[in-house]
Design a protein around this ligand. Structure first.
Ligand code: ATP
Length: 138
């Protein structure tokens, strides 16, 4: 059997996971990285991304909403802003959150376009007022 390493996932609410794993793959801001027992110590900033870990034939998955990962020879600690194991994710809730976020992005894009158009209209109007003033002087 492969040598194991202790993986702990901690959120502001709880200790989500404490488990001996053979290998784990997490998502840093620079991309995915893998850790096995005896890995050199390091610290990584985690992106909003997937964590997967394997023991024997079983691979499990978790959603990590950003945070930090500290690796020492015998332990990996993930401090996550929020984290859920795959089986604990409320899919309806995530779908509703996705729809809300998409609507907000759409609204913000429309507002940004309106802002750019209003700025251009303001420039035209200011120019016309300035030029009209010239006619008054002549
Ligand atoms: P929502 O709008 O649905 O609350 P969110 O992205 O604002 O989503 P977060 O602030 O990231 O939510 O998380 C708040 C808490 O809710 C955390 O404890 C997180 O683990 C949990 N959580 C968020 N979404 C889900 C989900 N779909 N299933 C299970 N737990 C969730």
């Amino acid at each position: 059997m492969a040598k194991e390493i202790l993986l702990e996932v901690v959120t502001p609410d709880k200790l989500l996971l404490s488990k001996e794993v053979e290998v784990l793959v997490a998502t840093s801001v620079d991309g995915e990285f893998g850790v096995l027992a005896g890995h050199v110590p390091f610290l990584a900033s985690l992106a909003v991304g997937e964590l997967r870990f394997k023991t024997g034939n079983e691979t499990e998955y978790a959603a990590i909403a950003g945070g930090f990962c500290e690796v020492t020879g015998e332990k990996v600690t993930i401090l996550a802003e929020a984290a859920e194991l795959a089986r604990e994710i409320d899919v309806d809730r995530a779908q509703r959150a996705r729809e809300r976020a998409e609507q907000r992005i759409q609204k913000a894009a429309t507002e940004q376009l309106e802002y750019v158009r209003a700025e251009a209209a303001l420039q035209r109007a200011m120019l016309r007022l300035k030029v009209a003033d010239r006619a008054a002087v002549i």
